[in-house]
Ligand binder design. Structure first.
Ligand code: GSH
Length: 213
């Protein structure tokens, strides 16, 4: 399998952390700039977005959660990370949408003049503010023992907040509680988070094994 990705995408990081936590190793990493629509990516994903996973069959899966579902389907049942149960879907909705909205407001600032007054940025930031006001109730610290495990909902929430800390440090500082930030720090100390931070990924390793070194 080959994973097309870049080093700052929170969606690609979600897939990388899932693969690492699931103990999957046979993924080759293909570093691309999706905004330049490279031929190699377009050939398998007409939308030129990352992450995109190319399967051995030549088929591709895009959309991070679909890729995670595929990876979790391949792995042993006794790993810490789990797909969401039906009861966990409301928390997954908050985490994934927070990630999408944070990314939307960051990326619009790159492409739109006077982005601060762009309606999509204003709406995204308002939604992020409202979500952060209530996030402490749904965001859990990582489990202390591996046997307890965690779900894609936990991971999405943690990686969305970590992306905000990277790209929107002022907003998260202003809106998140100290308790939320303290829980985030525990997540960020996990090896799979450290190995996949935007800083660590600058080295552009070719495989997941290399990424862990
Ligand atoms: N909903 C998608 C979002 C993917 C996405 O927007 N990726 C960005 C990079 S972080 C991208 O490839 N953008 C290029 C484009 O939209 O043309 C997911 O969960 O995977």
């Amino acid at each position: 399998m080959q994973l097309y990705l870049n080093d700052t995408s929170p969606f690609a990081r979600l897939v990388l952390v899932t693969a690492l936590e699931a103990g999957i190793e046979d993924i080759r990493l293909r570093w691309v700039d999706p905004w330049k629509s490279p031929d190699s990516l377009i050939a398998i994903n007409p939308f030129s977005t990352v992450p995109t996973l190319e399967l051995e069959s030549g088929q591709a899966i895009f959309e991070s959660l679909f890729i995670c579902q595929h990876l979790l389907g391949l792995c042993q049942k006794n790993v810490a990370i789990k797909l969401c149960s039906v009861d966990d879907l409301p928390r997954l909705s908050v985490g994934k949408t927070l990630m999408e909205m944070s990314f939307r407001s960051v990326v619009l600032q790159r492409f739109v003049a006077q982005a601060e007054s762009c309606e999509l940025v204003v709406r995204s930031k308002a939604g992020i503010g409202r979500a952060l006001a209530g996030i402490d109730g749904v965001f859990h610290a990582p489990p202390e023992d591996e046997a307890s495990g965690f779900s894609m909902a936990d991971l999405c929430l943690a990686l969305a907040l970590s992306y905000m800390r990277f790209r929107m440090p002022e907003l998260i500082k202003e809106k998140a509680t100290d308790n939320t930030l303290a829980k985030l720090e525990f997540w960020e100390k996990m090896p799979s988070f450290e190995w996949t931070s935007p800083q660590a990924l600058k080295a552009k390793p070719e495989t997941l094994v290399e990424l862990r070194e």
